[in-house]
Design a protein around this ligand. Sequence first.
Ligand code: GLN
Length: 194
Amino acid sequence: MVKIGILNLQGAVSEHYDMTKNAVKNLGLNIDVESVRYSEDVKTCDGIIISGGESTVIGKLIQKRGIDTVIKEKNIPVFGTCAGMVLLGKKTDLDQPLIGLMDITVKRNTYGRQKDSFEAPIKIFGQNYSGVFIRAPAIESYDKTKDNIEVLAEYDGEIIAIKQEHNIAISFHPELTDDTLIHEYFIKEVLNKN
Ligand code: GLN
């Protein structure tokens, strides 16, 4: 059975778990959703979701546990939100361990500190969506020579959602809404790859 793993190292993990379960249900599919902590568990997944949280901490654990190596070796699609977006990048404004699957440079804390958190209407996949931004990053730049990169959403002049092959990085927190649109999109990407 196809399995989506929610990387459970630090951050908003249980919210993503619930959202993914709901997305699977809404799609009427028979897909397993599991919380994963070690590379042995990640190895058995067809897609991985990396939540928001503290990207430096999550990145160090990913590297220490060899999770980045497994993801790359098995070419597992990753959906990263907020800190997850940071980790998908090749570069950030700080020196930190990254998975680096996407040809993007990420600017951490583009939208300021926790006290500057906000919710704003955005548009993604041609639909209205509520963007919850918490110490959110944005894309500073991406490799425009790559034809497999697609900008999915912008807000206030910043790129806040981007896709490269089957990997998706978004600045905001869909797991804090009850709209499964983006989770459903990722699940379909995973199925397309298989
Ligand atoms: N700014 C945090 C970081 O770069 C991400 C914040 C979040 O995930 N809510 O790790």
